[in-house]
Design a protein around this ligand. Structure first.
Ligand code: NDP
Length: 285
């Protein structure tokens, strides 16, 4: 079987065009420009590159943004007080603290501090709880982007067996939850799963979020499966690759996302969607 490529790049382009119209409409009717503030602590090069992508995305759709770039040795207290100020700043609608944070700062404290209305990453425990019980809320960007990718590719989710490899709080667990809400039967695998291949072989929809280059090979994939590769791994030659061995997997899968150009562009796009959503929620409050 030769699979179709699910292009996140193309879907991101289309979604951003639609979003640009929605932002224009919101701004012209309310006189409010949605605004995202990103906080970076330290100089992690990968984080800097992700932030550039986020700022470029904002500009593309008419969302204003700024970056608060703090020194690596910034105290947790200082960071929390900056978040408090942003929570109270009426001109700021989305707050994103770029992770990972330096180890002397407790990530949980920081996530808990962000106003739930401005939590555009969808990581606040209250928003995670709302997602769990299907209440309307700001959804975590990568999982929400994955659902959109599968749907826009015209693939049915309801009744399908979705197998997720990875159980992180930012990808594995929330994507499992969203797939469950779409009426998939869901299996979550992780590093202690016995016989991973036996599990992945059963997947109609396989989501790989392991963080290990080319870890999922063609022999682990069911014929005709939809394969979503979340992994972003840098090889020794500096090229990016996913968690799925793309070329061989494409012979088996019905549809597959590439890396780069798959899940990544949709993650940033859903952040933009959330920022507009946050501005609307704050305005309507
Ligand atoms: P984490 O490291 O937090 O989680 C990895 C998960 O994979 C863990 O649950 C771990 O299990 C599981 N795992 C590790 N080894 C194995 C194994 N041998 N067999 C089965 N499961 C295993 O990673 P993230 O969820 O944050 O990210 C996953 C990947 O996705 C990374 O490459 C990351 O860069 C990428 N990513 C991409 C995004 C995008 O927008 N494209 C956004 C976010 C992440 P256990 O819990 O038991 O340790």
């Amino acid at each position: 079987m030769s699979s179709s490529i699910i292009s996140g790049k193309e879907l991101a382009k289309k979604t951003r065009l639609e979003l640009k119209d929605s932002v224009t409409e919101f701004t012209s009717s309310t006189d409010i420009t949605p605004h995202l503030t990103v906080i970076l602590v330290g100089d992690n090069p990968a984080s800097l590159s992700y932030i550039k992508g986020k700022q470029k995305g904002c500009k593309e759709v008419g969302i204003s943004s700024d970056l608060i770039h703090l020194q690596e040795d910034t105290t947790e207290e200082k960071l929390l007080s900056i978040i408090e100020q942003l929570n109270n700043n009426k001109k700021v609608h989305g707050i994103l603290v770029q992770l990972p944070l330096p180890t002397h700062i407790d990530e949980d404290q920081v996530i808990n501090k962000i106003s739930t209305l401005k939590d555009v990453d969808g990581f606040h425990p209250k928003n995670v709880g709302k997602m769990m019980i299907g209440q309307k809320t700001l959804l975590p960007c990568t999982p929400a982007g994955i659902i959109k990718l599968i749907k826009e590719a015209g693939e049915e989710i309801s009744g399908k067996h979705a197998v997720i490899v990875g159980r992180s709080n930012i990808v594995g667990k929330p994507v499992a939850q969203l797939l469950l809400q779409e009426n998939a039967t869901v299996t979550i695998c992780h590093s202690r799963t016995k016989d991973l291949k036996m599990m992945t072989k059963q997947a109609d929809i396989l989501v790989a979020a392991v963080g290990k280059a080319n870890y999922i090979t063609a022999d682990m994939i069911k014929d005709g499966a939809v394969v979503i590769d979340v992994g972003v791994n840098r090889l020794e030659n500096n090229k990016l690759c996913g968690d799925v061995e793309f070329n061989s997997a494409a012979d088996v899968a019905k549809a597959i996302t590439p890396v780069p150009g798959g899940v990544g562009p949709m993650t940033i796009t859903m952040l933009l969607v959330n920022t507009l959503e946050a501005a609307k929620m704050i305005h309507n409050k």
